[in-house]
Design a protein around this ligand. Structure first.
Ligand SMILES: Cc1ncc(COP(=O)(O)O)c(C=O)c1O
Length: 436
């Protein structure tokens, strides 16, 4: 088997539609990454263990990071505007988190017991989110979504779940494509949502903005209508704040004035460690309590892992209202400056934004930007050009800020975007609006 796998090992995969010169320049400056990737392909399917970490022609392999800086195994340096897909809101190797977690490594990080650190993070979550009365920890946002589905089905005796097209709640059933009982409605379409929610619906799951779906903000009308429609049908309203918790001190729910029955959390509440949580009304959350007869069993060897909950508490303590406001203002300025340098370079983009998370779309009309899969060659080329210029972003165009980025870093990011756009402008075919 191993020899077959070895034979299957190939070098860089050519990217269709992405200019050859750019692919060659990229590959030439990353020989060690290619070597590591080819080695990885012998032991990990496709050389990766997390879908978003693969991109062509082969991924740059990160060696280390500090604050806003990342270094790959070839010594290329990047400004980090991906921050492990929004989870590292204080950047890489945040000192106060290292100081808090470091001593735990020798004192023990996982016990078959409750721990004060778990209570500490749960208390912080409850004080931030007015809808959170009780909290239950998982190891990822995906697991938390799966638990919220179980609680909703248990509480209502129904199976159907309504979600948004382009919505993402994790890589778990029943959300993965093709699962029965999942009804998808167009995001921000109040009528479609109202007619989808019926007496058969256990829960409506929504993100306050489509995160993975292109950072498309939800309208307050749509989100409120969802809450009302759910309440009218005895359906639970589940708000997925895995990404949006960082956008306002009380989460998006505090900003918009929503009171979800359940909230799903992840990312920033783990300070860089694996975590997820479900929180919400005590009457619902108590379905998992040992004091409830016939309770929902919810086990997990690493639930409430001490490194994650301790790091998460520090992460939230430093993500106060002042920090959030600063991040959001910096993100708004960056959106403006990226749009301006694109225009100056002859490239039209639309930058969507929710708090400190942005998405650069190769289009001018924000409505079209929702179709974030469009113009793949443009997106892939921009991504590679940004890597060549030293900006670490997501292939789909998403970037987000951390408190580790200095004003100089932010200026530098704009300059690097400008250079990336100038490269792209040399390939008019990439700008062809008729291309899908
Ligand atoms: C809105 C949302 N919900 C849930 C998840 C799943 O979280 P995790 O990747 O920790 O499983 C994500 C991850 O990107 C997300 O963005």
């Amino acid at each position: 088997m191993k020899s077959l796998a070895l034979k299957a090992t190939t070098a860089a995969r050519e990217l269709s539609g992405v200019p050859q010169e750019i692919q060659r320049e990229y590959a030439a400056s990353r020989p060690v990454s290619l070597e590591v990737f080819n080695h990885a392909r012998q032991f990990l399917p496709g050389g990766e263990t997390r879908s978003v970490t693969y991109y062509g022609p082969f991924p740059s392999v990160i060696d280390s990071a500090a604050g806003s800086q990342i270094v790959d195994v070839d010594g290329n340096q990047y400004l980090d505007v991906l921050n492990n897909y929004t989870s590292l809101v204080h950047g890489n190797g945040f000192g106060p988190i290292a100081q808090r977690v470091g001593p735990l490594l020798s004192a023990g990080v996982a016990f078959a017991s409750i721990h004060r650190e778990q209570v500490g993070l749960a208390e912080r979550i409850c004080s931030r989110l007015s809808s959170a009365e009780l909290v239950r920890f998982t190891n990822s946002g995906s697991e938390a979504s799966a638990l919220a589905v179980r609680i909703a089905r248990h509480a209502t005796g129904r199976r159907q779940i309504v979600i948004a097209e382009g919505g993402y709640h994790g890589s778990v059933p029943p959300f993965v494509t093709g699962e029965p009982d999942i009804v998808r409605v167009s995001y921000n379409d109040v009528q479609a949502l109202q007619s989808a929610v019926t007496e058969k619906t256990a829960a409506v799951f929504l993100e306050p903005f489509l995160g993975a779906g292109g950072v498309i903000p939800g309208t307050a009308d749509f989100l409120r209508a969802a809450q009302e429609a759910a309440s009218a049908k005895g359906t639970l309203f589940v708000l997925d704040e895995v990404q949006s918790l960082r956008t306002a001190p009380g989460g998006a729910q505090g900003e918009i004035g929503l009171t979800p029955d359940l909230t799903v959390l992840g990312k920033v509440i783990g300070g860089g460690f694996p975590i997820g949580a479900v929180c919400g009304r005590a009457a619902l959350m108590d379905s998992t309590s040992p004091f409830t007869p016939g309770r929902l069993e919810h086990a997990g060897t690493f639930n409430g892992h001490l490194a994650a909950v301790a790091a998460g508490s520090v992460s939230l303590d430093y993500l106060d209202g002042t920090a959030i406001e600063k991040l959001n203002t910096q993100a708004a300025d960056l959106a403006t400056s990226i749009t301006a340098v694109a225009r100056r370079s002859g490239v039209a983009v639309a930058v969507s934004r929710a708090g400190s998370i942005l998405n650069v779309h190769p289009l001018t009309a924000p409505a079209q930007a929702v179709e974030s899969g469009h113009f793949p060659a443009f997106r892939k080329t921009l991504h590679l050009c940004l890597l060549l210029e030293g900006v670490y972003s997501a292939t789909r165009g998403m970037i987000n800020l951390s408190t580790a980025l200095s004003p100089d870093d932010l200026d530098e990011i704009t300059k690097r975007y400008q250079r990336a756009f100038e490269r792209i402008a040399q390939y008019p075919v990439l700008l062809d609006r008729t291309q899908k």
